[in-house]
Design a protein around this ligand. Sequence first.
Ligand SMILES: NC(=O)c1ccc[n+]([C@@H]2O[C@H](COP(=O)([O-])OP(=O)(O)OC[C@H]3O[C@@H](n4cnc5c(N)ncnc54)[C@H](O)[C@@H]3O)[C@@H](O)[C@H]2O)c1
Length: 260
Amino acid sequence: MSLSRILDGKVCIVVGASSPKGIGDATVRMLLDHGAKVVAAGIVMNDDIIARLLSGCTDSEIPRSNIDGQICDITDFGQCQALMEAVVDKFGKVDCLVNCAGIVEGCAFSEISSDKFDRMTNVNLKGTFNLCKAALQVFERQGHGNIVNLSSLAAQRGGGLAGGAHYAASKGGVISLTRSIAREYGPMNIRANIICPAMIDTEMLDGFSAKRQNEIVESIPLRRVGLPSEVAGTCLFLASDLSGFITGATIDVNGGAHIH
Ligand SMILES: NC(=O)c1ccc[n+]([C@@H]2O[C@H](COP(=O)([O-])OP(=O)(O)OC[C@H]3O[C@@H](n4cnc5c(N)ncnc54)[C@H](O)[C@@H]3O)[C@@H](O)[C@H]2O)c1
């Protein structure tokens, strides 16, 4: 198998794939380019988004039948279950779930109202729980599976960049949840890993002034922001059998911003 076809035969779901500049968008294209069949899911999903994803692939000959789209609001467990079942109906199995869905909000601790906290944890943590639970039902049945969850540097260093304490806490929960899944489901041939990105050039960075971005970049050893494709490359590695003995791991994609 050539490296470029490393995901031949695999069926992957990427959730949070609606934003044109997002990590989910780049991940869908990366997985398609490496041979996977991909279901792109998000709170918004339509034929225009699918056409955009396909036209952004490096390989211009990927058949339309290799990609499907599904609407899924991860705060609704029923929609997460419906997503999994739709993928099994269409492609016969699910090999890997990549969860890129998330929200961020920057604010001081004293300004985090109960409603703000609930909204944040409902999407980032409960939503991840909903998706993983729905996927694990399929994974157990089929005897294998693989989860990649997106957390954040904020969870590791106590917030301080884009998100407030509620964002950091929700992403810390994603790490603990994913590690627990890795431990409990490893004996069932199911892997689960975490990616902690930081300062990736997506809409999440649009809230920073140019001055603030420059200040942050000065503190990053690689002296630049990251590209969505660089997180997508890590998703590719974790989705593939190259990472077959890796589970419960937290992989930093942060240009050295947090060396620990
Ligand atoms: N960009 C960064 O620097 C950075 C840093 C650390 C962590 N992350 C994490 O990476 C992931 C992707 O971030 P991004 O920068 O591509 O952001 P983004 O805003 O471009 O993408 C987030 C996606 O999540 C979707 N989403 C939000 N709520 C949803 C819901 N209830 N159900 C389904 N989908 C929902 C949005 O529609 C969007 O497509 C997020 O989990 C984010 O927290 C990003």
